[in-house]
Design a protein around this ligand. Sequence first.
Ligand code: MLT
Length: 188
Amino acid sequence: MKRPPLLLLHGTGGDENDLIGLGELVGPGSALLSPRGNVLEHGMPRFFRRLSEGVFDEEDLRRRAVELAGFIAQAREAYGLDAPIALGFSNGANIAAALLLLHPQALAGAALLRPMTPLRTAPSAELGGKPVLMLSGAADPIVPAANAGRLADLLKERGAAVRHETLPTGHGLTQADVAQTKAWLAGL
Ligand code: MLT
């Protein structure tokens, strides 16, 4: 199968360079799309505004999800790409989850590293078997286990093929994230 393009979405304070190495490791040969989040929080790029840690400005999130879906459509047209698989970390995973719920046509699937539930009320999207990998950290101080579990349930209820693993780690990424994401992508 032709390798799907990867849409790399960095965490708070990152930029478009952060996940290139990870993308090359987990998806050798895949085209990489790597936008920079266009919201600044005290100078740190993010993909949408938040009111405090874990409390999101959902109006802004919905607006930014429309913008990101537009960017994906333009990039696909410009480069002749299939719909990408999002590879998002933390804030990047959260906007990828929002995209799946709000604009499911934008993505072929997603690998969500340390995601949380992005929206209090999610629309009844039809995810039609789209593959989603969620990797949570058992000792993640930012994402409570119940919150990640709720996201897995939301995505499953909407028909996504969700694999949710909890790794013995915190919010930061580990070699296990690399190995699991690579194996998951190779199996698509
Ligand atoms: C978020 O704001 O998206 C989450 O709290 C994760 C983070 O960026 O720290």
